[in-house]
Structures are given as C-alpha cells and as structure tokens.
Design a protein around this ligand. Structure first.
Ligand SMILES: [Zn+2]
Length: 134
C-alpha cells in the first residue's frame, strides 16, 4: 500500500466514524432504512428522473449516480432501486461521495475504478458494510 492511499484510508475512517456517531450506527453494518433516513436528514434527493434512467440504460455498468449541483443540491440515482433489488453497497458508495465532499458528478462521465474518488467511495462503502469501527 502506498503512503498516499493509507493517508486516504485514515481520512475515510475518520469521516465514517463521524457518520456512524451522528446516525447512531455504531457496531453494525448500515442498512436500507439507515440509507433513507440519512438521505432525508442530509437533504439528498433520490432521483427517479426519466433522463437519468435513460443514461443508466445506455451505460449498463453504472450502478449508481450521484450529482451535486452548483446550488448545493445533492441527487442520488440507484439503478437497483428501480429494479426492485436494493443494493446497499452501491447506496453507501454514493453516500461516500457525499460525505467525502466530492464535487460535481460522480460515477458517470468521470467514472473509472482507478480514480481516487471512486477508491474513496468504495472504501467508505466497504467500511460501512462492516460491523463497525474498532
Ligand atoms: Zn462512485
């Protein structure tokens, strides 16, 4: 592991600890109802826009889209949500972008599994799905 990535991992762990404390999800994985509660509290809009659905259809590998507008509105689109099989990992990945303060559109135009933002969001989701920080 490089020095850079271990620094990022410490940063993500710190961010997630704060989220766990704020939402009282201390020693268990986050679940679907935590996700809805967090979205409601953080004013994150779960987007069911037809346009995003079209984009997702054209990009079958995209499981989720998260978009922060210049006005500060945050939108999350989850493909699995519309397919009726909620995918908590992708949901927490998109929340990872939110809590890590990533700007703009993630997971669509800029998507690359090697990009630092995606690695951070994946690590956030990985930790969020674990039993809790020790
Ligand atoms: Zn992402």
């Amino acid at each position: 592991m490089t020095k850079q990535s271990s620094t990022n991992r410490r940063k993500i762990k710190r961010i997630l600890s704060k989220v766990r404390a704020r939402y009282n999800v201390i020693d268990r994985p986050f679940n679907e109802s935590d996700f809805y509660h967090i979205c409601e509290t953080e004013n994150i809009f779960l987007c069911n826009g037809e346009r995003l659905r079209v984009i997702a259809k054209q990009m079958p590998d995209v499981k989720g889209i998260r978009f922060a507008t210049t006005k500060g509105d945050v939108l999350i689109y989850l493909k699995s949500f519309f397919e009726g099989n909620f995918d908590i990992f992708t949901a927490m990945h998109e929340l990872g972008h939110h809590f890590c303060g990533h700007k703009g559109l993630t997971n669509l135009m800029t998507y690359s599994t090697d990009s630092p933002k995606e690695i951070e969001a994946d690590y956030f989701a990985e930790l969020a799905m674990s039993g809790g920080a020790r």
